[in-house]
Design a protein around this ligand. Structure first.
Ligand code: FES
Ligand code: FES
Length: 162
């Protein structure tokens, strides 16, 4: 028997969204399959790799571990929210400038984790702190050094714009 659908109202990247979903529907599937936001990637699908990270009310969450019905009333930000009319987000620019991605599969998760880190700690300039903050995101390509360099560079750029 098909489970009864539930109506969920939330905001995604600033837009009001109302969807009917099965209670078991994952937030990642809601974003990718129902809303077509394919920037959120699914790697391990059990909370290990961080590729599926999005911001929920400003906090990073694993969208592969969260049910869509848990997000009622919340504001979700995906990687699609970062670039604006005036171009890429400073973190995206820094990732490009520092060659902080190769295949790019992990990148959206890193970017959103880093957005949260810099919002929490705009003065961050310590490599060890960045590494610790990003330790829940796995990258199979880069060796991490360029990602760390990019995050530190973006934090400095964002500070200078204040
Ligand atoms: S796909 Fe969600 S943590 Fe890996
Ligand atoms: S750039 Fe390929 S997994 Fe990170």
């Amino acid at each position: 028997m098909t489970p009864a659908l539930r109506t969920v109202r939330l905001k995604v990247n600033g837009a009001a969204v109302e969807v009917s979903v099965e209670p078991r529907r994952l937030l990642a599937d809601l974003l990718r399959e129902d809303l077509g936001l394919l920037g959120t990637h699914l790697g391990c699908e059990h909370g290990v790799c961080g590729a599926c990270t999005v911001l929920l009310d400003g906090e990073p969450v694993r969208s592969c571990l969260m049910l869509a019905v848990q997000t009622g009333g919340a504001e979700i930000a995906t990687v699609e929210s970062l670039a604006g009319d005036d171009g890429l987000h400073p973190l995206q620019e820094a990732f490009r400038a520092h060659h902080a991605l190769q295949c790019g599969f992990c990148t959206a998760g890193f970017l959103l984790t880093a957005v949260h880190l810099i919002r929490q700690n705009p003065g961050i300039a310590d490599e060890a702190e960045v590494r610790e903050a990003l330790s829940g995101n796995l990258c199979r390509c880069t060796g991490y050094q360029n990602i760390v360099d990019a995050v530190l560079a973006a934090a400095a750029t964002m500070r200078s714009a204040l």
